[in-house]
Design a protein around this ligand. Structure first.
Ligand code: GTP
Ligand code: SPV
Ligand code: MN
Length: 586
């Protein structure tokens, strides 16, 4: 008798027709074999093994460098289950369309069976997935990003309780690229891309799209959030989770070296991209990081912005689409040094400045979390860490102040549901366009966003001490286009204010959108921020916000009657507060 996993592997092999099937055990020896194969066939280029031991460079196809949201589908029987913000296909139609593309797609290639656990191996909150892929690069990345191999097979046994994900590079043609999710049967099909969230199926496909569906059914939350612990001078650690859209600063915040370290404030990393949060028996919200590595944005990373990652990526790291120096070291824009002579760009060509960025703006490193010196000793705690603050944020050149606090859970959900951010290179398409990205989940919510809002609203009342909900913006700019806030390690100053708000100690000014710090309540020692700049950073301009409030109304319209009434009420209350403020100031 074969197990459910064996049957599915056989069935998938009959369809895709690989020449060989390799069951991954996750061992060092196996990884060495895959690495050798990838060096031989050109999937990997070797980096300088003296300065970057066991580090390799992968250059992906130039049409395959970011998530493709337009080719990503939620396949549910009822179109309304996917909702107005997702691409939708009926499951039967999706399979009919895409099965022929999988037919023979692995001919002449190896099928890797990649069993993995999302979450700490011993945690009751963890879940198992199995990815079948014809990409050794994907298997190598999954080994870093999850608990992969024997540990997962041992936990699974002969159970059918795993999320199957079928993946093939096929011909890497965007016309035949599909990222399909079947949440009603916990199934993922991905074809035609080898890149990041399109292909590492444990990450966005499972841990967010499928898991968000499971989470709603089972009463927990799967969120696009970093998790960090803020240590205060007494040694007490307060845990916070923050949702920022792709390439908007999660990894950097989670791994920061605090500018207030001398004063005793330190940041510990639990996770940098995804949080699974459950309501524990004592009524606390407890978060685990389902991942085991960081798939982080390279450009902008340097010894000042993120020293923890810089030291971590000097060994056992896969670099994707970065540039390479003549000494075979990785290089990207915003590293410490100027571009050296003889640089090879991300496409593998001799680089000249006229060619644009040498590293792709969405170039990344894949590094084991355990290599970060900022890693919390609780990062694999099976019970997770208790969350005291939830933070939403995005890139907003104007409008949003550095930090503000919502009035309560319901208002906080409204703040998250209406957040917006400028688009980045993490997904294909225009960069710098402001769009609404509720809870940073627009591309990742596996069901109707209106129902997702309702789910969020339902969680708060079930918690004993519901986390306070904040909003931040590190990206406000001056009229000349310069960032007003130094960001990175200095962001700890906003975290400290939030901590003091949680403890009831910091002062704040009530505004129509929420509570903003008084200038004196922020610890700015050692920073030279002119008072006028600080005022601009904290300013809530009622007429700009009145425009924003209008656009929120437009955004909400698409959900029709399905939009939860409390969000409509919050919207009306905001409008009322803004018009009162306008009257008062006129
Ligand atoms: P994903 O992995 O795509 O989900 O991204 P992320 O949210 O983890 O973003 P990440 O921390 O990798 O940062 C993305 C880009 O924003 C990098 O180029 C960073 O250098 C830059 N960045 C991060 N934090 C700050 C900040 O506080 N201020 C400024 N100005 N830039 C920042
Ligand atoms: C993101 O785009 O939010 C990422 C990178 O974290 S990817 O894995 O490609 O989704
Ligand atoms: Mn992300």
């Amino acid at each position: 008798m074969s197990t459910p996993l064996e049957s599915w592997v056989e069935e998938s092999a009959r369809l895709t027709k690989p020449s060989k099937i390799v069951w991954c055990d996750g061992s060092e020896a196996e990884n060495d074999r895959f690495t050798e194969e990838m060096l031989r066939d050109g999937t990997f280029a070797e980096l300088n093994q003296n300065t970057y031991p066991r580090c390799y460079l992968h250059r992906s196809n130039s049409n395959d460098v970011a998530r493709t949201e337009g080719l990503t589908f939620i396949c549910t029987r009822d179109r309304n289950a996917a909702g107005p913000t997702n691409n939708w296909m009926a499951p039967a139609e999706a399979k009919e369309r895409v099965r022929p593309l999988f037919d023979g797609a692995m001919k002449g290639r190896t099928m890797y069976v990649v069993p993995y656990i999302m979450g700490p191996a011993q945690s009751p909150y963890s879940k198992i997935g199995v990815e079948l892929t014809d990409s050794a690069y994907v298997a190598a990345n999954m080994r870093i990003m999850s608990r992969m191999g024997k540990v997962a097979l041992d936990r699974l046994g002969s159970s059918s309780d795993f999320v199957p994900g079928l993946h093939s590079l096929a011909d890497l043609n965007p016309d035949r690229r599909f990222i399909l999710h079947f949440p009603e049967e916990n199934l993922i099909w991905s074809i035609g891309s080898g890149y990041g969230g399109n292909a590492l199926l444990g990450k966005k496909c499972f841990a967010l799209r499928i898991a968000s569906w499971m989470a709603r059914e089972q009463g927990w939350m799967a969120e696009h959030m970093l998790i960090l612990g803020l240590e205060d001078p007494s040694g007490k650690v307060t845990y916070m989770a923050a949702a920022f859209p792709s390439a908007c600063g999660k990894t950097n915040l989670a791994m920061m070296v605090s500018a207030l370290e001398k004063e005793g404030y330190r940041v510990w990393t639990i996770g940098d991209d995804i949080a699974w949060m459950h309501i524990a028996a004592d009524g606390t919200l407890r978060a685990i990081n389902p991942e085991a590595g960081f798939f982080g944005v390279a450009p902008g990373t340097n010894a000042k912005t993120n020293p923890n990652v810089i030291s971590a990526v000097h060994s056992n790291t896969i670099f994707t689409n970065v540039a390479m120096t003549p000494g075979r070291e990785p290089w990207w824009e915003g590293m410490d040094s100027d571009a050296p002579k003889g640089l090879i760009n991300w496409r593998g060509e001799q680089w000249t400045p006229a060619m644009g960025p040498a590293a792709h703006p969405n170039s990344r490193y894949t590094v084991p979390a355990a290599q970060s010196t900022s890693l919390s000793s609780h990062w694999e705690d099976p019970a997770g860490v208790p969350i005291s603050a939830l933070i939403f944020g995005g890139r907003r050149a104007r409008l949003a102040p550095l930090v503000y606090e919502s009035h309560d859970w319901q208002h906080g959900v409204f703040v998250g549901a209406t957040m917006a951010s400028e688009t980045t290179a993490a997904a294909t398409g225009a960069v710098g366009v402001t769009r609404r990205d509720p809870m940073a989940m627009l591309p990742f919510c596996g069901y109707n966003m209106a129902d997702y809002f309702a789910h969020w609203l339902s969680i708060g009342p079930r918690l004993k001490n519901a986390p306070k909900i904040f909003h931040v913006n590190w990206f406000r700019r001056s009229a000349e286009g310069k960032f007003l806030w130094p960001g990175y390690g200095e962001n700890v100053r906003a975290l400290k204010w939030m901590l003091e708000r949680i403890e009831g100690r910091a002062a704040a000014t009530e505004t129509p959108i929420g509570c903003v710090p008084t200038p004196e309540s922020l610890s700015l020692d050692g920073l030279s921020i002119p008072p006028a700049t600080l005022a601009e950073l904290l300013r809530v301009n009622s007429s700009d916000w009145a425009e924003e409030e209008q656009s929120v109304g437009e955004f909400f319209k698409q959900f029709g009657d399905r939009l939860p009434a409390p969000l409509r009420q919050e919207h009306q209350a905001l409008a009322a507060r803004l018009s009162r403020a306008a009257v008062a100031s006129s």
